[in-house]
Write a protein that binds this ligand. Structure first.
Ligand code: ZN
Length: 78
C-alpha cells in the first residue's frame, strides 16, 4: 500500500504518513494557511512514505513461521 507524507522544508517538519494523497494535500493546505499565510513555502512537498519493506510485522511473522517449521521438522524428522 502506498503511503504519502507531507514535508515542509521551511519549517523542518514532516507530517505523519497517510494512506491517500488527498489526506496529505489537506495537511499541506492546512499548514500553508496556518503558518505561511496561504502561500507555498520553498521546498515543501508530498512524497512517498518511508515505511520500510518488508515491514517489521511481516518480518516477525516470517521468522515465526520459519521457527515453527524447523521445530516441526526437528520433532518428526528422526
Ligand atoms: Zn511550513
Amino acid at each position: 500500500m502506498a503511503n504519502y507524507q507531507y514535508r515542509c522544508a521551511a519549517c523542518g517538519i514532516t507530517w505523519d504518513q497517510v494512506t491517500t494523497k488527498r489526506q496529505a494535500e489537506e495537511e499541506r493546505e492546512q499548514h500553508r494557511r496556518e503558518c505561511h499565510g496561504g502561500g507555498a513555502p520553498d521546498g515543501d512537498g508530498i512524497g512517498p512514505g518511508t515505511a520500510p519493506w518488508p515491514s517489521r510485522g511481516v518480518l516477525v511473522i516470517g521468522l515465526l513461521v520459519l521457527a515453527l517449521f524447523l521445530f516441526y521438522n526437528g520433532r518428526h524428522g528422526q
